[in-house]
Design a protein around this ligand. Structure first.
Ligand code: PMP
Length: 279
């Protein structure tokens, strides 16, 4: 089966899937999304992803399109049809189709789109040796907790990382680390795990929450507070979390080695415990 898509509940080959040019997702980036992946063919952490989709939609006065039970059965059906060893599942809801005008009509049927593609995990060697990052200004809007399809600042940030030959761009607002362009950021200093607090400045990552839970179980102290960029560079460990990156050590930031320049014990512990949970 080729990559498949599901538009408003109808499945077909991804290459045949179309949405109107008057869709507000296309015109305004007026929509929200989620990315899930499978482990051993099973969609992982479906409930927290659907809960966040609902929160994002609610924050934008957007209808979620399907009930949770319907989303779950569409996910199952997509996985049944695509039959990849592992799948990356993309869900998107946009406000729907209307003549272009900034205010939105009171009742508009949302457009829902899903895609199912083969998921290729990061190379084990990359995961083992860690990645590099750059730090750049966080120029995003004031509601980064909403997983909006408006990703221009993230797109530009990840492009900067790519052009710099590194994996991720770590975003810094008013001198403090918020998150990555596609991930949450964790820092270890003096044996304490630090990560930016939930709120309007970061996306509340599903993987972030799992890692915080693991840290509590493992007795690793956690502080949810913004870390200044200088402390990022002086950290003993840095790692990223996200659905596709899982737990990924960062060993250089802006060309400076983090401690010894190889993944530290807390990153390795979190990565191993996450693997146990998903494996
Ligand atoms: N922050 C941003 C900006 C992201 O795009 C992502 C990836 N969705 C994350 C954090 C990590 O979130 P999750 O663990 O839910 O994938």
């Amino acid at each position: 089966m080729p990559d498949i898509a599901c538009v408003n509940g109808c499945f077909g080959p991804l290459s045949d899937a179309v949405v109107s040019i008057e869709d507000r997702g296309f015109q305004f980036g007026d929509g929200v999304y989620e990315v899930l992946r499978t482990y051993r063919g099973q969609a992982f952490a479906v409930d927290p992803h659907l809960a966040r989709l609902e929160r994002s939609a609610l924050a934008l006065q957007l209808s979620v399109g399907h009930t949770s039970a319907q989303w779950i059965s569409l996910i199952q059906e997509g996985l049944r049809l695509s039959r990849y060893p592992e799948t990356k599942i993309y869900l998107q809801i946009t406000r729907g189709q209307a003549p272009r005008d900034h205010p939105f009509p009171a009742s508009l049927a949302p457009t829902t789109v899903m895609t199912f593609r083969e998921f290729h995990p990061l190379d084990a060697s990359v995961r083992h040796s860690g990645v590099e990052a750059i730090s750049i200004d966080d120029i995003r809007w004031g509601r980064c907790d909403i997983k909006s399809v408006n990703l221009l600042a993230n797109v530009l940030a990840r492009q900067r990382a790519k052009e710099a030959g590194v994996f991720e761009a770590i975003l810094v607002r008013e001198g403090a680390v918020t998150e990555g362009s596609v991930s949450n950021v964790f820092i270890v200093r003096n044996g304490v795990l630090h990560t930016a607090p939930e709120g309007h400045r970061i996306l509340s990552g599903v993987t972030r929450a799992i890692v915080l839970e693991i840290a509590r179980k493992e007795g690793v102290p956690v502080i949810e507070a913004f870390v200044p960029r200088d402390e990022l560079l002086a950290a003993s460990e840095v790692f990223l979390t996200g659905t596709t990156v899982e737990v990924l050590p960062v060993v250089r930031v802006d060309g400076h080695a983090i401690e010894s320049g190889s993944p530290g014990p807390v990153s390795r512990l979190m990565s191993r415990s996450f693997e146990v949970l998903t494996g």
